[in-house]
Ligand binder design. Sequence first.
Ligand SMILES: NC(=O)c1ccc[n+]([C@@H]2O[C@H](COP(=O)([O-])OP(=O)(O)OC[C@H]3O[C@@H](n4cnc5c(N)ncnc54)[C@H](OP(=O)(O)O)[C@@H]3O)[C@@H](O)[C@H]2O)c1
Length: 259
Amino acid sequence: MEISGARIWITGASSGIGAALARELADRGARVAVSARNEQRLGEVAAGRMTVVPVDVTDRAATVAAGAAVRAALGGLDVAVLNAGTWSRFHVEPWNSQAFADHLQTNVMGTVHSLEAVVPAMLAQGSGRIVGMASVAGYRGLPGSEAYGAGKAALLNLFEALRGSLGVRGVVVQTVSPGFVRTPMTDRNRFPMPFMVEPEEAARAIADGIARDKAEMVFPAPMMLAMKVARLVPVRAWTALTATLARRGLHGGPSRRAG
Ligand SMILES: NC(=O)c1ccc[n+]([C@@H]2O[C@H](COP(=O)([O-])OP(=O)(O)OC[C@H]3O[C@@H](n4cnc5c(N)ncnc54)[C@H](OP(=O)(O)O)[C@@H]3O)[C@@H](O)[C@H]2O)c1
């Protein structure tokens, strides 16, 4: 698709990947609207050249209203990048169902609310594009990622299903699955993060993927290769690997609670 002139809404654009992507798409000539909860940071990202629509995506009604506000401000909508998300490591002891629910409420239901905010209008106009932010963390179960990974696996499945159901109605669905990107989300981590890339590099990969109509964007290449192979590893071997990680406290073990 042609990015120059496209009307694009990005959620989770007050920092990290979303902020870098907003700048990248604006640099490429798109008309961009940015959303997240922190209005001040959104204003800094927008720098007077984007529309700012603050919203908490866990609030269904507010998110639907934000979608309408974006359409009104931009005179319609061509692309919605559903990127808002959160991560913190899950601990199995003490078990914390609320922490699990909080992940799903932001990462899964926040995306579902955002879809409600854009899909009806896109179906009515018979065109549009959803760019959904998942993660390679959704590919396989990893200790410490019980809540985050389960939500991202749900999103991978959701976007794949929508690629069929919305695709036949003229709405393109693209899935983004990054490896590690240096953002406030990963700055807190105290475990090894191989093949880490800067948010600007992630933004370029996503913008290129949008322009080239890629169904799936997985980057960087070494992480794509590693995680595609990981998907093929038999359950017994994966169990042995994740047990080693858990024992060493690299992901979910008890010895590194602070990360
Ligand atoms: N960094 C990585 O290594 C990595 C890898 C794979 C996938 N991802 C995914 O990429 C996306 C962006 O993450 P990031 O790494 O760029 O982290 P980040 O810098 O922490 O950005 C997260 C964004 O989501 C927003 N957000 C969080 N909760 C929200 C809510 N309830 N309502 C509205 N906005 C909300 C945050 O803004 P406010 O706090 O202002 O609301 C922020 O703009 C996430 O979906 C993440 O899962 C990241």
